[in-house]
Design a protein around this ligand. Sequence first.
Ligand SMILES: [Fe+2]
Length: 178
Amino acid sequence: MNEPPAAITPPLIARVMDGYRLGLSGIHGPGHWRRVRANGLALAARTEGADAELIELFALLHDSRRLNDDHDPEHGPRAAALARDLAAAALLTLDTARLDLLAEACARHTDGGTAADPTIGCCWDADRLELSRLRIRPNARYLSTTAALDPALQRTAWTQGTTRALLPAPPGWPIPRR
Ligand SMILES: [Fe+2]
């Protein structure tokens, strides 16, 4: 689980953090990214057709262009633009279909919808299960995957979120301040 995926390299992470404007201890910061990653990988392991590497990229990027921790409705589209910028700068090597999928997952992750695509579904569910950090229980109506309904998986996400657990991640991932 902690093998660094080929797509996430130190230069890519450096570029992500270059444009990161919030603190390292915030509710949308690197601690959250790590827990979204863990939730997403757990979901991917139970979801046929889910692309674990894209889910890790989503975890790293999706909130990285927030300008505040409150109302910032354009942060998803900005994360999608970042994914495309990273690809244009050759810091991210994905074929067009996978880049489009990552960009869509980022762009629309705050719209409140569900996704039929297994990868996007895992991304959004991973983020929704992390509402646990705000002590909000997941609402099945807003979950996309069957895996996210699993009580054991939900329990783990709840414990990790409510305690704001500092989870391991591959070397190079930004380190949250607690
Ligand atoms: Fe998030």
